[in-house]
Design a protein around this ligand. Structure first.
Ligand code: COA
Length: 325
């Protein structure tokens, strides 16, 4: 048996920050941000919001789309780099809030590759007989770890959540394959040094501003293009299909220039590439499931279509998944 996505949903908090809002905070402007990144606005959660709150909204929509009751769920997997707390997992908070009493719950930490990693875990759980129905969520409140004095990073990120209900299906349908890779030696390119055991962020022990994202933008950019292209082609090769067979390509929504460069490398026409980063910015683990939900709503894929997902993020981590919808 395999697993298949049978419902999707997304949620973004209502508050929007435009490029002009950033121009009032740091030395930047709408023209620089739009041309270098393609981002025009991003959603930002109100203080006091938990990541599991965003998960809950997205999950309810995905469950409605699938026609599945939370009590039918066997497991929940949440990909996030901004959990509610170091522990318990955001998955456990989501389980409680959803009332998914029968489900076991966990988080997966793979930064912006969090959804593809979580989907791969969920698919493997179904194949291993550890459940027949589950929820896979990517959710972030990146505004809690963004340094709003650093113009090189703060303009990039947004908050949101996306969810997919997966269920057991016949082999050869649904998730055809997942491909995951990591390179921990490049951890420094994009990371958040504080808040863990290395720098616990206790009063008096933490060094200044360690609880924020640090990034070498230019280097990260190059790895994102190379790795997402590679892993996309890997998925096609494994399944004996070509890029011409792909109906929709959903790459991680980090930067329009990255998306364009990856699309060019794998040779997919622009009209088959889904882009919504202009309205959400980079929402890390949430970017692909938000895009999946929007793509469905806009009729960008239908039953039987081949959809290719490709992710890249801190770790470094990257991965792809080929789906028969
Ligand atoms: N507004 C105006 N100028 C800015 C700026 C901003 N928001 N951010 C950086 N700059 C400046 C830099 O200071 C630099 O100035 P200098 O030449 O005087 O030193 C100049 O713009 C060029 O900086 P650079 O970092 O080379 O720009 P870039 O074209 O690489 O674009 C990013 C920067 C961050 C947009 C781009 O590198 C990127 O998107 N990287 C990948 C990030 C990413 O996707 N991370 C997540 C991966 S999951």
């Amino acid at each position: 048996m395999g697993s298949k996505i049978i419902g999707v949903g997304m949620y973004a908090p209502p508050k929007i920050m435009t490029n002009n809002d950033f121009a009032k905070m740091v030395d930047t402007n709408d023209e620089w941000i739009s041309t270098r990144t393609g981002i025009r606005e991003r959603h930002i959660a109100e203080p006091g919001t938990a990541t599991s709150d965003l998960c809950l909204e997205a999950s309810r929509r995905a469950l409605t789309d699938a026609g599945v009751d939370p009590k039918e769920l066997d497991f929940l997997v949440v990909g996030t780099l901004t959990p509610d707390m170091p522990f318990p997992s955001t998955g456990c908070f989501l389980q409680m809030k959803l009332g998914a009493d029968r489900a076991y719950a966990m988080d997966v930490s793979a930064a912006c590759s969090g959804f593809v990693y979580s989907l791969s875990v969920a698919d493997a759980l179904v194949r291993a007989g550890r459940g027949k129905k589950g929820l896979v969520v990517g959710a972030e409140i990146l505004s809690t770890v963004v340094d709003y004095t650093d113009r090189g990073t703060c303009i990039l990120f947004g908050d949101g959540a996306g969810a997919a209900v997966i269920a057991e299906c016949e082999e050869g349908d649904g998730v055809l394959s997942c491909h995951l890779h990591s390179d921990g030696s490049l951890w420094e390119l994009i990371h958040c040094p504080g808040g863990g055991t290395v720098d616990p962020c206790n009063p008096g022990t933490s060094t200044v501003r360690t609880n924020f994202i640090r990034m070498a933008g230019n280097e990260t950019f190059k790895h994102a293009v190379t790795r997402m292209a590679e892993v996309s082609l890997e998925a096609l090769e494994r399944n004996g299909v070509t890029v011409a067979d792909v109906d929709l390509y959903i790459p991680h929504q980090a930067n329009q220039r990255i998306v364009k460069a990856v699309g060019k490398r794998i040779g997919i026409p622009e009209e088959k590439v889904f882009v919504n980063l202009d309205r959400y910015g980079n929402t890390s683990a949430a970017s692909i499931p938000i895009a999946l939900a929007e793509a469905k709503e806009k009729g960008r894929y239908s039953k039987g279509d081949l959809v290719l997902l490709a992710a890249f993020g801190g770790g470094l981590t990257w991965g792809s998944a080929l789906l028969r919808m």
